[in-house]
Design a protein around this ligand. Structure first.
Ligand SMILES: O=P(O)(O)OC[C@H]1O[C@@H](O)[C@H](O)[C@@H](O)[C@@H]1O
Length: 340
């Protein structure tokens, strides 16, 4: 029985006193304790393309099971690939712990920007990047460091045609130089039927409290002129002025939010479900537990070559979460294609 990635398993409250170790047993599950892609001693802490092919071969030996492969992806970077019998597939790069592809019935639903680089140093621009431990702007780099660190695989499982991988990011020299706290982030990604599911758990393993903000900065493939997002009417929102970068407060009065121009808007206390129509004929439900806020972003003419092809609908936690030593915080997101 693999308890690891089953939807509904694990704490769903915002603060959990205990960080329950994910115990997995059974022939189809493999897990490892203390396994690391690379020692976290290098200031850059990034997987270099020249090293990653052999690294991914090693990981592949340990973690490849039915429905899960580990390959060398673009730039030779290690990528974990999940697929199930319902013809759903997704890919997660260990560099940044970013989901770069999710196909439902063969159709790609995420977007990787054409200017994305796979050099193991810069963040991969697109898919579902992490913003942690800061959404930004703030004291450290915009969107934090998690998206440019190397995550490690700690477990894979596949029960009932639900392939799942769990990644982990721990503090290291590079992160402590910016944010001097000891932490563990566990991030599970799984395919359940047609759905893409994630769970993120942040644990304070330091002796002092820390606070963080975070987001899943999801880039969806879209035809921007046909995009609508519903579920946000009546919410307080903040538009980031493209010039001054200052937030301007207003309230949403539309049932369907559209993108006829630059949009960079934060919605506080968003509902647990919003619905995205991507303008390409797909309707996606984004359902979450613990991600209290939402961000909509399309750069419009500030990225005039490719703004038309994507929209970011981000699940965020923008009021700082403070964790006491040994406390943890959990959030889940399920993205489901809806048939209409
Ligand atoms: O770092 P990326 O992927 O280019 O995204 C940048 C954008 O990310 C969004 O989340 C912010 O609301 C924008 O203000 C910001 O410009």
């Amino acid at each position: 029985m693999a308890l690891l990635c089953k939807p509904g398993f694990g704490a769903t409250t915002t603060l959990n006193k205990e960080f329950v170790p994910r115990v997995c047993v059974g022939s189809r599950h493999q897990s490892v304790v203390g396994f690391r892609l690379r020692p976290f001693s290098n200031a850059r802490l990034c997987v270099r393309a020249t090293q990653s092919t052999s690294v991914s071969t090693g990981i592949s030996g340990q973690f490849a099971i039915a429905g899960i492969n580990v390959d060398a992806g673009e730039g030779g970077l290690p990528v974990v690939k999940l697929h199930n019998k319902q013809k759903s597939e997704c890919q997660i790069y260990l560099h940044g712990g970013v989901i770069t592809s999710w196909k439902s019935k063969g159709k790609e639903l995420l977007h990787v920007r054409p200017d994305a680089v796979f050099d193991g140093v810069k963040p991969i621009s697109g898919g579902v990047p992490h913003c942690f431990p800061q959404f930004g702007p703030g004291a450290i780099q915009q969107h934090g460091f998690a998206r440019n660190c190397s995550w490690e695989v700690v477990a894979t499982s596949n029960e009932d045609d639900t392939p799942c991988v769990t990644l982990r990011l721990v503090d290291n020299e590079y992160s402590r130089a910016m944010w001097n706290f000891k932490f563990v982030v566990k991030y599970s990604v799984w395919l359940q039927g047609d759905n893409l599911c994630t769970e993120m758990i942040v644990k304070n393993v330091d002796e002092k409290p820390f606070s963080f903000t975070t987001a899943l900065h999801t880039y969806f493939k879209a035809d921007i002129k046909g995009v609508t997002v519903t579920g946000l009417n009546g919410l307080k929102c903040f538009d980031k002025d493209p010039v001054t970068k200052e937030p301007v407060q207003s309230s949403e009065d539309r049932d369907e939010v559209t993108f006829p121009e630059f949009v960079d808007r934060i919605y506080k206390d968003a509902p647990s479900r919003v619905v995205l129509r991507n303008g390409l004929g797909d309707t996606l439900s984004l359902e979450n537990e613990g991600w209290s806020d939402a961000v909509l972003w399309n750069p419009y003419m500030t990225m005039k070559l490719y703004y038309k092809d994507f929209v970011c609908v981000e699940n965020a936690k923008l009021d700082p979460v403070t964790l006491q030593p040994r406390d943890s915080w959990t959030a889940k997101l399920t993205i489901s294609p809806l048939s209409e």
